[in-house]
Structures are given as C-alpha cells and as structure tokens.
Write a protein that binds this ligand. Structure first.
Ligand code: WTA
Length: 659
C-alpha cells in the first residue's frame, strides 16, 4: 500500500459514493492535451476539427475535403489526400530519431531484440522487396498468422509500404478460422512461423497453418519465419519460403513507399458478429492512421521520448492501433512482449516495467483481475515509478479492479484511462482525456471531443441519466470502418439499420453495446447486446461457437451463452442436447471442447458443457438465451410462463455448478 497516497479505506469510501478522481497535477502539467476547451472547440468546428488529427501525419498530397458525406453511410475522410502509412511510421522519423528505439521486443524466454527506427526501416524495406519478388502487388491481401514476434509488425509495415492490405489472424485461432478468413479475403499470400514458446515450451504453429492451408480454395504462397531454430524442425513445402532466405536475398534493398489514397485500404481485420460468418472490417490509410495517431497522442499522452507499452496481442485490433500504427506514427518506443504475464513468475510484467522504465501501460481488465488475485506482493517487488499513465480496454472495468490498478500499479500518481472502442471504430471513442477530465471508476468517461456518442432507448430517443439504453454514435469519425470487405449490404445491416432514418438523411452507427450515461455525460458501457460474448476481452460470436458444437458427432442441438467469470469477465457455457443413441458423458464433453478448439481456438474453450434433454424455448421455438444466462450466473430467473417447456428450466438449473 502506498504511504504517500490516501489510505485504502478512504479510497474505498470514495468509490462507494461513486466519487470522481482528479488527474494528478504532475500529470496535467506535462500532458499533451490539458485545455478543457477542446470539447467545445471541436463541437463548434466539426468536422474541420479533425484536421488536427490529419496534421499529425505527413501527406504527400494535401486532401481537398475533410469529410465527404455525399454517399452516407459510406463516408470518406481527407478525400484525395495521398500518403503512405509505412513512410509515416518509419521514414519521416529517420532524420531526427533514426537511432532511437522503435520496437523493444522481449521474448518469452527472456531474450530481447531492439530495433531503432533506422533498423526497423531497413528490415521493412527488405521484406517489402521480398514480397514484391514473390509477386505481391498493390491491393493484394496478405494474411499474417503469427504470434508476438518482431516479424509481425515488420511484415505489416512492409505490406503498407507496397500498398498491399494485411489481414492478421490471431495466432491462437484454429486452422479452420485461418482458412475461413483467407477464403473470405481471397488472400493468396500467407506469412507465418514454425512455432513459438508458451510457458517455456515450444509450440508447433506451422502444423496448424498447413492444416488451414489445405482448406484454402486459392493457391497460396507462404513465408515461414524460423522462430524456434533447433527447438523445432520444420519442412518447407512447395510455394513455401524461409523468411531469412528471402530477406537475405534482398539485403540492403530500398523500396519506395507506394503513394496511397487516403481512402485506400490499409488493412482488413476479421471480427465476430451476430451471424456465424466473421466480418472483414475494412480500415483505410488516411482516416485510420490519423485516428490512432490523434488518440495515442491525446489519450495515451504518447511523446517520442516515452517507452510505451500496450500488452495486447497484435492479432487483435488493440495491437494494430496501439502497438504498431499509433505509437510508431508518433515516433515513440513501443514495447512488445511475446509471452504470458505469469511466466516464469507472476511479476513478469512488473519486471519489464522496471527494467525498461515503461512510462505508459495499456492493458485489459481481465489481466488486472488476475493481478489482483495473485496479490500486490508481485508489483511491490519492483520499482514502477517510471509509470505516468495507465489504460484499460476490451471490457468494462469494475471499480474494485480500477482501484487496485490505480493504487498498486499507479501509486495514485497516474491517471487511468478506461477506453471504450471496437475493431470497427479503429481507435478510442469514449474515454477521459487524462490531462483534462476527472475520472469516475467504472465509467469509461465522456465521448472524446468531436465524437458524438449517445445512449438511446429502443426508439432512438435519448434516455435519462442513470437509465440503461443502447450506445450509438450519430456522427461519423475518421477512424471508422468504411465497409465490410466486399459486403456493403451487410455493413449497412449490421451497423446502420437499427437507428438510422435514411429518409431523413439521419445515419446512426450502432455498436451493439448497452450503456448508461450520467449527468456529466460519462458513459458506463454495460456490454454487448448482440450474440457476442466477451471472454478475456476477446469477442466471440455465439453462432460460430454453436455451429462448432453442432458439428460434433452426437450433438443434436446446442445453445451457447456467456456466464460471468471472475477473471475472464465472461466464460463460454454450452447447453447441449444429444442425438438419440449418444450419451452426454465425459467422452462427448471432451469431443465438444475439442470441436470448439478446432473451429475457433483454445480461447473459446467452453467452461462448462451441460447436457440436457431440451432447451428452454418460446412457443415460436426461439431459444431463451437470457434464461440460460441466468442459469449460468446462478441468478434469479425471469418469467418462464411463456415457455413451451417451462419444466426444463429447473432441470437444467440442477445440473449447473455455480461455484
Ligand atoms: C467491449 C476491442 C466496456 C465492448 C478494442 C465492445 C468495452 C467490444 C471497452 C469491442 C471498455 C471494449 N468498456 N466495454 N472500455 N472496450 N469493450 O472489437 O463490448 O475486440 O463492443 O475491440 O469490447 O471488442 P473489439
């Protein structure tokens, strides 16, 4: 416990009263944004206010128009502007910061690699030349299926350099998930690796990649990084190349950054939605890069001399925006850690903060809950005084976890930014500007300046403060997704149908989250209102999960819901009806778990599989998921009288262990 700060008891009392915390004066004094007028200025000067974001970038040709809304909701930003993302993240820093560290990489076994901007630039150029040599052309989608190794951001920036959009698939996803995404994107190139370490053991990744490739419809050329050396042998098949060989052949190569239009696609990122098919979210070069740069600067308070660390995985949007593009565009040092927080010991993260004098830490509530459980003795072993700001993302953070983070990691001297955003929004949307606004634990904060987020009821009318409703955004923003890859129709259906009124030319974006708002405009995000569950900050579609379970031999029908979990936030609960002739026993349970891991990956592993004769259904045959959630959470059940089969509820209840 800190002795400079207020006592835990006082802090607890303030939290209980829902009180707010002012940002520390020492932080405000040096903050990138410390003028509260920014909110009003941006409102009055919208959309031109976003020139401030665009000004953080180097443009080859100036844009004509900040926002083109002539074809709503297909908004365009910074139209006719020309730029290259890799030149913005690398080349423009070389004169002044060429010898400063761009990426500080820490491997799971403790090995380290450090890249200066010059070195990163050179490696990116060589790999860009190698991609060209392989036949990659502008606008070809290159898939990456890689863990947290430096070759991943190198490959991403190399793609950006030659104008080839990347599509990164999280390494923890299964072979099936890789194949689905490659097929959907028509991707003919894959960059992957032989394997990686998990808790010290080598893990074969290439087998999974090869298995996925068998189901890819088009011919694929693959690059394989040799991460494990002698710890794991691997063979290269036809059309498979070794990364080192390719790069050696291009030693010293220089590739002119391709001039991209602001609206040209920078990357695709697949995410889960209501239906089974993952959604290919399209982000652009100008709007996205401006957005992540501006939010990195104003919310994460990044300065070039910082050593900033986002502990997410680059396989998710957080890593794209806040490990790679935002921090590098601002010319700072971005830390990248390969491993898990508890290997070899539970103080691994704090050891890294201490060793590297990390100035900002951006992590997820699920990690904070795990740290809390492990105890404060782990951070206490280390000097964390280099930290200036803390951030969280991915799911709501409860006030107790907020307080623990604020006290035991931040020593009550660091503002905590709880940032709400999504794959689709490209970057942060709702959070406090740490040099300006007070913090209210449990609430993400007000919408960022220039962002028009509201909480509405089912009719689209704003709810009163304190009442639950739906979060919507009723003005466009530069970092927004432009469409779903090759599926404009689904883009409109998924995000714009619910609350827009096209006849009135009113376009409202619906993120599918529930929320509350208070008198000060602070938004508390309550969680998804669609069929998506959030496991350890990872979005999983229940439809995808259900189709995986139903695909297992012996399963007749299945319903998946999220149940509350102390560490993961939510966990997967599977309710399963067996086919005639099959027993709902241990063997089937294992095959179901395996089926889910094969279809999606270990992160989706069901916490509990409950076999049942029937599922609670309405008279029209719709599964009552809400009841199944109540059961998973050991909660009071709502009204069951409208069910076709009310008796099944207590039967299922008796089978679920609420420990
Ligand atoms: C949830 C991750 C509460 C939300 C960047 C959203 C949050 C989904 C927060 C997006 C937060 C993210 N408070 N909920 N600070 N941040 N979420 O696309 O439900 O992986 O819709 O993007 O995570 O998840 P995604």
């Amino acid at each position: 416990m800190s002795d400079q700060g207020e006592s835990e008891v006082e802090l607890e009392a303030r939290l209980a009263e829902g009180e707010s915390f002012d940002p520390p004066a020492s932080f405000v004094e040096q903050a990138n944004v410390a003028d509260e007028d920014i909110y009003e200025e941006f409102e009055e000067n919208w959309p031109e206010c976003w020139e401030q974001a665009a000004d953080l970038l180097t443009w080859e040709e100036e844009y004509d128009q900040v926002l083109d809304d002539s074809d709503e909701p297909f908004y365009e930003w910074f139209t006719d502007g020309k730029l290259n993302a890799s030149a913005n993240c690398l080349d423009r820093h070389l004169d002044e910061r060429g010898d400063e560290t761009a990426i500080e990489w820490i491997g799971e076994l403790g090995e380290t690699r450090s890249y200066t901007y010059q070195e990163l630039h050179d490696e990116v150029n060589e790999f860009a030349a190698a991609l060209r040599e392989m036949g990659v052309e502008e606008d070809d989608v290159v898939t990456m299926y890689m863990p947290m190794i430096p070759e991943l951001p190198i490959a991403m920036l190399a793609c950006a350099r030659i104008g080839a959009p990347h599509s990164v698939v999280f390494a923890g996803f299964s072979a099936d998930a890789l194949a689905t995404r490659m097929n959907s994107a028509d991707s003919e190139y894959l960059v992957t690796c032989d394997g990686y370490y998990r808790r010290g053991d080598p893990l074969n990744h290439k087998n999974k990649a090869d298995e996925g490739l068998e189901d890819v419809e088009q011919d694929v050329t693959t690059v394989v990084v040799d991460r494990l050396g002698d710890d794991l042998d691997h063979d290269l098949g036809d059309s498979q190349h070794d990364w080192d060989d390719l790069v050696e052949a291009q030693a010293g190569a220089s590739v002119e950054p391709v001039t991209r239009d602001a609206e040209d696609m920078l990357f695709l990122m697949y995410t889960s939605g209501t239906t089974g098919e993952p959604k290919g979210v399209k982000h652009t070069t100008g709007g996205y890069l401006s957005w992540v740069s501006w939010t990195s600067q104003s919310v994460l308070d990044i300065k070039p001399e910082d050593t900033y660390w986002c502990s997410a995985d680059i396989g998710w949007i957080t890593g794209h925006s806040y490990i790679v593009y935002g921090p590098l565009a601002l010319g700072t040092t971005s830390v990248m850690y390969e491993g898990t927080p508890d290997y070899p010991e539970k103080d691994r993260l704090w050891q890294i903060v201490d060793d590297y004098d990390v100035t900002q830490l951006y992590t997820a509530p699920t990690a904070i809950r795990a740290f809390m459980k492990w105890g404060e003795e782990y951070p206490e072993k280390h000097d964390l005084s280099s930290l200036r700001l803390l951030g969280t993302v991915g799911e709501p953070i409860n006030p107790r976890a907020w307080k623990w983070y604020y006290t035991h990691i931040g020593n009550e001297e660091c503002p905590v930014v709880d940032t709400w955003w999504q794959t689709e929004t490209g970057g942060m949307m709702v959070t406090t500007i740490p040099g300006v606004a007070e913090m209210k634990p449990g609430s993400a904060g007000p919408a960022l300046p220039g962002v028009s987020a509201k909480v509405v009821d089912g009719n689209g009318d704003e709810v009163d403060p304190g009442e639950a409703g739906y979060l919507v955004v009723d003005k466009p923003w530069p970092g927004m997704l432009r469409t779903l890859y090759k599926n404009d129709e689904r883009f409109i259906e998924e995000y714009w149908q619910e609350y827009s009124d096209p006849d009135e030319d009113e376009w409202v974006y619906f993120p599918e989250d529930g929320a509350k708002i208070d008198e000060d405009g602070y938004i508390t995000v309550l969680g998804r209102v669609d069929d998506v569950i959030n496991v350890s900050g990872h979005r999983l579609g229940t439809m995808e999960l259900e189709s995986a379970v139903v695909g297992v031999e012996g399963v007749a029908e299945a319903a998946i819901v999220g149940g509350k979990h102390d560490i993961k936030g939510e966990a997967v609960y599977a309710y399963v009806i067996t086919e005639d002739g099959y027993e709902g026993g241990e063997d089937l349970r294992e095959r179901i778990i395996e089926g889910v891991e094969d279809a999606i990956g270990p992160i989706a592993r069901p916490e509990e599989v409950v076999f049942t004769e029937d599922l609670p259904k309405t008279r029209s045959g719709k599964i009552m998921r809400r009841l199944l959630e109540n059961i998973a959470n050991g909660e009071e059940l709502g009204n069951t009288s409208t069910l076709r089969n009310p008796d099944i509820v207590s039967e299922i209840q008796s089978k679920v262990s609420n420990d």
